[in-house]
Ligand binder design. Structure first.
Ligand SMILES: [Zn+2]
Length: 114
């Protein structure tokens, strides 16, 4: 078993994680799956922490993922390097990023909070 990263054990992270989950209404930003079941919610760093540690606690660099999309994302991270991230204009390159997912607002409109 992997050693737990102390980053994820801090109270500050737990607070910010919850803020991100509430912002995203407990829905995966990629596929729209509900993640409010125990152990389902993943909060992902859009720009990985090792690339931009200064963005680690910024909610605009965080998004809610379900375990399936989280796993896919980590495979992409492993192969893609800097392929994701953002353009010079600050627009995320990832077409499934919630900033690019215009239907996402509609899709989640009918959902209740938590
Ligand atoms: Zn998903």
């Amino acid at each position: 078993m992997k050693k737990a990263d102390p980053f994820y054990l801090s109270a500050a992270w737990r607070d910010i994680r919850l803020a991100v989950l509430r912002r995203d209404r407990w829905l995966c930003v990629m596929c729209g799956a509900k993640v409010h079941y125990k152990g389902m919610a993943r909060v992902d760093h859009i720009v990985p922490r090792r690339q931009a540690p200064e963005l680690a606690m910024r909610t605009d660099n965080l998004r809610t993922l379900c375990p399936t999309c989280d796993n896919k994302r980590h495979i992409e991270k492993g192969h893609g390097g800097n392929e994701w991230g953002a353009t010079k204009q600050g627009q995320p390159r990832d077409p499934r990023h919630w900033w690019n997912a215009f239907d996402y607002q509609k899709a989640r409109a009918n959902d209740t909070d938590e």
